[in-house]
Design a protein around this ligand. Structure first.
Ligand code: HEM
Length: 376
């Protein structure tokens, strides 16, 4: 069927073959919320997530026992089945330290991993507070947007009085494959995206680059860190750019996705090759050169982003781009790659306008609630 198991050593929605649709949500705890509120919220969310991921309606469904009360389930996913829904939960840095970085509002500061530090600001960042940060995040992925939206909507409803929805993002057309069984999809620049991604069957690479290992606090062992970056693409400018320039920006061909140095999509690029004029065949500032592990001390990240379009502006421009999501065992790995992208040719065509970093606790067994080990 279309059910992805919610329980396991790792949370679902990371190496799960990327579904086509995303609803990503960031929540903030309400002022004055207590440790017990946070625990109760995570317990309620876990119970709801188990039902939602099985494709079941919440509680007594759309018909409440008492017609004077609203039904337990909002109803719009009635009859749609599970649709490969995954719900992936993350915890923001402020949850551990308070907004001013000098508090311990939920009594969990002692469990803060050393590696969990906020992202620095990067060259060209144009971040908007209204689409950045948050105490808790939920990544909902499904085959059908109605299913993903239904899940976030009901989790937001359940959170009332304890946390509120701070911002959220819809996405479509997964921009990265996490499995070679899936054909590599294309981003809004029309290029194949995800070719050199870490794939779900690369066990050794996942352990080396994605899953948090031995020395971390128990609640994070088998967890990972989620980075989200809302990246606006100046699509109209790109669409007036020659094919030659477009391919120079990435260092790959538009048709096959193969490297500029030849071969099919999965051929290794040859960064040492030069053309007749003695210039590097893959530009020294091409995206795939700068993002490549060779340029980044071997760091690899698992990308799992989505295209988005949030309508258009009054100048006839589309407000669209890439809702970039990556998973890595240490936020420093993302920082390393993003810093190395400073001279990237791509920067002329993109703007980072939103950002977030969350610790994604390990997966749970039946009977546990998400992040339970954090409170023990
Ligand atoms: C590779 C597009 C932003 C990290 C690629 C590829 C494309 C692409 C087309 C080549 C195919 C592939 O291997 O997937 C984009 C676009 C972006 C963007 C359109 C912004 C709108 C980023 C960011 C990061 C990143 C912010 C991380 C900080 C990577 C990595 C690779 C890659 C690690 C693989 C490099 C390799 O091992 O060959 N990207 N990317 N990208 N990108 Fe991006």
């Amino acid at each position: 069927g279309s059910v992805v198991p919610f329980h396991g050593a790792h949370q679902a929605g990371i190496v799960t073959p990327a579904q086509d649709r995303l609803h990503f949500a960031s929540f903030r705890m309400v002022r004055g919320a207590t440790r017990d509120d946070l625990i109760a919220l995570l317990q309620d969310w876990t119970a709801a997530a188990e039902q939602l991921c099985r494709g079941e309606a919440l509680g007594t469904g759309i018909e409440s026992e008492d017609p004077l009360l609203p039904p337990d389930d909002t109803g719009e996913a009635e009859g749609l089945h599970a649709g490969h829904l995954t719900l992936t939960f993350g915890l923001g840095h402020q949850l551990f330290t308070g907004e001013e970085d000098d508090a311990d509002p939920f009594g969990i500061r002692a469990k803060l991993p050393d590696t969990f530090t906020p992202l620095p600001s990067f060259a060209f960042d144009l971040l908007e507070a209204t689409q950045s940060g948050g105490d808790l995040c939920v990544q909902a992925c499904a085959d059908d947007p109605q299913i993903a939206v239904h899940a976030i909507r009901n989790l937001a409803r359940i959170a009332i009085g304890r946390a509120h929805l701070s911002w959220s993002q819809l996405g479509f057309g997964r921009t990265s494959s996490t499995s070679r069984d899936q054909e590599t999809p294309r981003n809004l620049f029309g290029f194949k995206d995800g070719t050199m991604n870490i794939m779900s069957d690369e066990r050794a690479a996942l352990d080396a680059h994605v899953w948090v290992g031995g020395s971390a606090p128990e609640w994070m062992r088998g967890g990972t860190y989620l980075v989200a970056r809302k990246i606006l693409m100046t699509i109209e400018t790109w669409d007036r750019t020659s094919l030659l320039e477009q391919e120079r920006v990435f260092g790959r061909t538009k048709r096959t996705g193969g490297p500029a140095t030849g071969g099919g999509e999965f051929e290794q690029p040859d960064f040492t090759a030069t053309n007749a004029a003695g210039e590097p065949t893959i530009d020294i500032a091409a995206h795939v050169r700068l993002a490549h592990p060779d340029q980044n001390g071997g760091a690899r990240i698992l990308r799992r982003g989505y295209n988005y379009v949030d309508g258009s502006n009054g100048l006839g421009q589309m407000g669209g781009g890439l809702f970039f999501i990556s998973f890595q065992r240490d936020p420093a790995m993302f920082v390393r790659v993003q810093q190395s992208l400073k001279p990237d040719l791509l920067n002329e065509y993109i703007r980072h306008i939103g950002s977030g970093l969350w610790a994604v606790p390990r997966g749970i067994a039946q009977g546990e609630f998400v992040a339970q080990a954090l409170f023990e």
